[in-house]
Design a protein around this ligand. Sequence first.
Ligand SMILES: [Zn+2]
Ligand SMILES: [Zn+2]
Length: 398
Amino acid sequence: MKNPPALLEYVGVIHIHTTDSDGTKSHEKIISIAQKYHIDFLMFADHMTLKSKDKEGWHDRTLVIIGYEHEDAREWNHYLVFGLDEPLPKDLSPKQYVRKVRRAGGIGIIAHPDEKRDFPEHPPLPWTEWSTDEFDGIEIWNHMSAWLEGIAAGNKLKYLLNPRALLISPPKETLKRWDKLARRRKIVGIASADAHGYRQKIFGPIWRTIFPYRVELRSLRTHILTKEPLSKDFDEAKKQVFSALRHCSVFMSNYRWGDATGFRFWAQTSNSIAGIGEKIPLHRRLRFFVKSPGDAKIRLIRNGEFFAEVDGEEAIFAPTKPGVYRVELYRNGKGWIFSNHITVVETAFRGKGNLSGKNKNTASGYRKSSGRNKRSGARNHRSSSGTGRRDVKRRKDK
Ligand SMILES: [Zn+2]
Ligand SMILES: [Zn+2]
């Protein structure tokens, strides 16, 4: 197996609510939990408020970014906004607030786009304004939405007692939508905790904290890959995080099924290499490489369709067509790691020896070596600055 691009990895938990809106703990308490679990960065997003913006900064080795969750007058079309100093007015249309965030140099991510459920206490809050094309990303996987949809579908007690049981994989509809949009332009896919530390009545006077923050910080996580270590200067470091997100140098994981640190997906020919979020020309020697920090079913997806699959800790795939490719890793049938896309573009000049019909049967993936006993490359490219990476989880707001 070849070596992946030399990148540093930082693990974050995105979309966290506090007592500033409908969460149940303060920033300080949540930050101290995150530090215990060695989370590198936190992105808070309370509803319609930035009153704790001054808490942004480095908190020991955890980078804390304060954004907010915008909503329209009907309380629909939730949008995670980072990089602004004041919330935008609530009377704007979704198209308007998406545009304003971009013009102000912020970053905007559509929250729980395909939420649907029959749960009167928590009606679904989907995204409805798809005529806009100025958002930076989409929440592919939102823990709170997954849980509320599952609980509405039945089996209430099971999900109250074991809230992570519902985190099987991101909604197919959202993945399809993302794969389609990504063929036109870069759109980052993130996993969100949507953490609230939510309490729910089980029966009579018995309440249970369904999603304690310590659980939510240890399930759905977003990992970013950077060329340089995050700066000690907060404003610089924040720019680096935004840049990694905008460039889709990102993968998502569910810590419940194992620490995904060290996962790598890249494309390579004899003279070029592309990491997650990048482009590479089609070539007969082009291969995709996947390194997993543990055994998994490794599935390559092209333009939203299944392309090939391999079991193990490593995989090599030979793409034969242009398109947007990403990988999904499963453990025991449960979604564990989902990468962002690598785009394979048609070569401008198809020289001799380039893609020809005779190679069209080489598309299937194969296992390069079982790698079963090998230590995964998990920390090979960790940051020397010591910001660790690790756990997560989530829930969805009202
Ligand atoms: Zn929301
Ligand atoms: Zn939320």
